[in-house]
Design a protein around this ligand. Structure first.
Ligand code: ZN
Length: 324
């Protein structure tokens, strides 16, 4: 059982930029480079192990062989096998993403053979005028949405929020949303790749084709009520010698913490869950008793198997720490 450094899969979606290569050291020759799937067992973008005994294998293969690395809290699926329930991404939105919605587990499993998608965004950077779409400003109906989309007036019903670096947004399945141009995001989500596009700004892709919209399914899964108020984010940061920790999001699918280190900190990876570390800034090293130490820097993602035990991180760095 070792700490695994991961190599991501890249996505060249039309709205992406080049910052993941330029600022996060991603060695992926795609332009644009819209997303990197940093910790993923999804067949649409699997992560590869970069170091140690499992180097060259996909994370999915390793976890299929070593189900115990996932931990006791991860429930087996219908086939009796456990799989990683989360997917961690970096997203560089040079242009607006489509206005979209994701189904919940029940709908997605029935119609798409995948999990649903609840997601969380941690804003890594935002341009002066950057905004995002977060639910509706008043209750809507399927009929109203249909005509609004046909008439191009969907905007009138959507909540548009100015977005700032360091903010956190929780996006449950069913909430209409869109990441806006000029935003760099770390996304933690369920292990799923089901997106129903509602509106795509009439854009065409590199082949001159408009991307498909999925209006009927979107309306079926969409929450038509008013979006929650996010004008004040209640945040609780715990400071201690060597750094600070803050829980950004706790939902039934994952717990995400932000860890900011000036020196170092110690934590335990218990039998109940794996942990994922994503380095957002600076650099450092991690050591677990009896294991090979691993160095990391901005942009690196590490998978820590469940039961790894006591770990020590040193460095001047900012990390996201994800478990289930
Ligand atoms: Zn989404």
């Amino acid at each position: 059982m070792d700490i695994m450094k991961l190599l991501p899969a890249g996505k060249d979606y039309l709205w992406g930029g080049t910052r993941l290569r330029e600022e996060f050291g991603k060695n992926i020759k795609m332009t644009p480079l819209a997303e990197t799937w940093e910790c993923s067992v999804h067949p649409d973008g699997p992560s590869i192990v970069a170091n140690g005994k499992y180097a060259g294998m996909t994370l999915a293969e390793v976890l299929d062989e070593h189900q115990e690395f996932l931990g006791s809290k991860v429930e087996p699926g219908e086939n009796g096998r456990k799989e990683l329930p989360v997917l961690v991404k970096l997203i560089d939105a040079k242009r607006d993403l489509s206005v979209q919605v994701h189904p919940d587990d029940r709908y997605a499993r029935e119609h798409e053979g995948q999990n649903g998608k609840t997601e969380m965004w941690y804003i890594l950077d935002a341009a002066e005028d950057a905004s995002l779409i977060y639910g509706f400003i008043h209750p809507v109906s399927g009929g109203l949405l249909r005509s609004a989309i046909q008439e191009g007036t969907l905007d009138k019903h959507l909540q548009k929020i100015k977005v700032n670096k360091g903010e956190v947004y929780y996006v449950p399945a069913g909430m209409v949303h869109g990441i806006g141009a000029g935003t760099l995001v770390a996304e933690i989500q369920e292990n799923s790749n089901v997106t129903y596009r509602v509106y795509d700004y009439d854009r065409v892709d590199k082949n001159g084709k408009k991307r498909a919209l999925h209006f009927d399914k979107a309306v079926e899964v969409m929450d038509m009520g008013i979006a929650p108020d996010v004008s004040s984010q209640h945040r609780f940061v715990r400071y201690y010698p060597g750094g600070s920790r803050e829980t950004l999001c706790r939902c039934r699918y994952f717990v995400t913490e932000r860890v900011q280190l000036t020196h170092g900190f110690a934590f335990s990876v218990l039998e109940e869950s794996f942990q994922i570390l994503l380095c957002l800034d600076g650099e450092g090293g991690i050591e677990a008793e009896g294991r090979n130490p691993v160095r990391f820097r901005k942009g690196d993602c590490l998978f820590l198997p469940a039961g790894l035990g006591r770990c020590y991180v040193i460095g001047e760095t900012e990390l996201l720490k994800v478990r289930c």
